[in-house]
Write a protein that binds this ligand. Sequence first.
Ligand code: UGY
Ligand code: MN
Length: 246
Amino acid sequence: MQHLGFTRSSLKTDHLLQTPDTFIRTPLPGAMGVDFVVHAAPRLGAGFTQMTAEFLKDGTLGPAPAQRFVYVLEGELVLSAGSKEWTLAANGFAFVPAGTAHTVRAVDRARAAVIEKPYGAMSESDDVAQIVVGDEASIASVALMGDEGLRVRSLMPDGPAYDFAVNTMTYDPGAALGMVEVHVMEHGLLMLEGGGIYRLGDAWYPVEAGDFIWMAPYCPQWFGALGKTAAKYLIYKDWRRHPLVK
Ligand code: UGY
Ligand code: MN
């Protein structure tokens, strides 16, 4: 309970830091037994939505209005599509292409990050996106720019049929991005573990597990991990599409 009107949350034209003390929940049509915290949406200026879905036992997501990516934060979810079924435990994830009928149901109480993005038209090949299911912990990590203290795991396939990336980035205490990034892609970021200092635009913010960050295209960004344990975040970016092609 905060009586003095203070929060670390901050909204600027090129970024949002949204901390858990400011989260407001909403139901959404088609979903049952699920509350959603809508972090990023077109109203914010984002080209995608990112939500935290909080499931009661047997809670189900509604139909997806676009491509859907689900990352399990807590509990277990069952994804069904056609005659197939997959159980996703914590750190499990799934991608469902646009227009693929499916259901996502919680076995018991559960929480998940849900990212949805309209599919970007593609001219370079006839590849068709497929359902992807995986476990983040079993994906090999790559040192970012040769820095073993900063490890990236790519959860989405890297083919022309896929127009966004979702990665986890794990920073040892004291590790930092080797440069301030300024790029055309936007980001949705959920802090999973630990914390540090995030530079967004011309501001520096203390951030910790549970925080959400939206970065607009070209938002200057940098992160350095602080504390005695590793910092880890889940990060979305739009990817592999010509900026002139809608
Ligand atoms: O993939 C990225 O752009 C990533 N390195 N950005 C970030 O961590 N803010
Ligand atoms: Mn970036």
